[in-house]
Design a protein around this ligand. Sequence first.
Ligand code: UDX
Length: 457
Amino acid sequence: MDELKDLTIGVIGLGHVGLPTALGLADLGWSVVGADDDDAKARGIAEGRAPFYEPGLDLLLRKGLDTGKFQVAPNGAAAARRSTVLMVCVGTPQRENGSADLSRIESAGRTIAANLDGYKLIVEKSTTPVQTADRLRQSIIRYSRRRSPDTGNGAAPEFDVAANPEFLREGTALDDFFNPDRIVIGTASQRAADLLSRIYQPLFDRAGRKAEEALVVTSVNTAEIIKHASNAFLASKVSFINMVADLCEATGADVTDVAHGLGLDPRIGPHFLEAGIGFGGYCLPKDIRAFQKVAQDHGVDFSLMNEVDSINRRRIDAFIEKIRKALWVIRGKSIALWGLSFKPGTNDIRDAPSVSVVERLMAEGALLRLHDPQAMGEFQTRFPASPPQLVYADTAESAAEGVDAVALVTEWPEYGEVDLRRLRGRMSIPLIIDGRNMMDPEAVRSLGFEYYGVGRP
Ligand code: UDX
């Protein structure tokens, strides 16, 4: 297909979705040009510094820059001018009423509209409420006409819009890019569907897979709902198992065994059934609220999502109560917190349970010793060290020095490798509150620890 010769793909927004996508596409052999409104971030990327921790990203960034397959444009307009396919990967943060703030999508659309010169395919990769791609299309028509008198007299500019939502998880983003479960392409245009399928084809060639097994071609509205519904369903699974965990805890059953028994049913599946202190991060919490808001705007009852959200918010209360029950009085107690990122494999602390846990424990007068393998830098900009109330420790073990309890918030694998005998010697009181059921209760107790998990006897 001629269109593919000299094809350049522009990626607007180089965050947790945009940067792994851009570098993944460059690694597949496409010429990719990225742009980000944050100049300092864009400059850092151009100099080979990834703006956040993601396994393998540094290496792929250096490779992309060295081969010249990945370049950084000075701004979105320059990226738009150079590209035939434009992937919009900007943030859609939550507004106060729960809806998604689409101003960055709209602004990217206007930039593209001002630079339409020949056919372009605009691909919405950000998570957006249903009908956003339609609005984007209308906005591009409006602004390109306003800008260009040549196409202003009724002749529509030549472009297509597709919704191609991204399902990457933080911490495994590159793995997810190279081994997708599915690639959803929502578009009314055959040309757009063909173009996107061809762009992703090398993924399947590399893995010896058939593209048909993973490609889902739908309308734009359907594609947008697939994305929101996926995150809402995952969040529902987590809240469901957390609800069941409370009953297990009240009755002496074990939620990890319940989850195992449930997950063996292929209709349910084993994933996303880990009880703990709830889901966090930039996606699940805001996406369930945005999904609910768009349903409400259309008069559809999505109150199930309300419950999912409030069960999740109550996890923090339950965790604090668990600490209180174990320590009786929190004020003046020294507590080590293990894990600050919202999940292992990332330094992202947006909507991380750790943030609320730290705020609550500090307000109650605890003395906190914090550790995380990757996220301490991020955390310190939000909570600067202030000894003795708030101390950052280099290792999990040194965080536990002289403490009355260790509270495990994020299940980084290294916490499973801590020498528990040595740990016990360093703690003032051998007490572990495991918010992620990471440890084996019997083994920990047999070493003389008092141990509390979630939903376990
Ligand atoms: C999510 C979606 O999984 C991904 O497809 C989408 O593209 C972006 O949003 P991510 O935010 O990276 O990805 O995190 P995810 O792995 O989904 O975990 C979300 C939260 O749920 C984490 O805080 C995690 O600790 C929690 N979780 C997950 C549980 O508490 N229990 C589980 O069983 C699974």
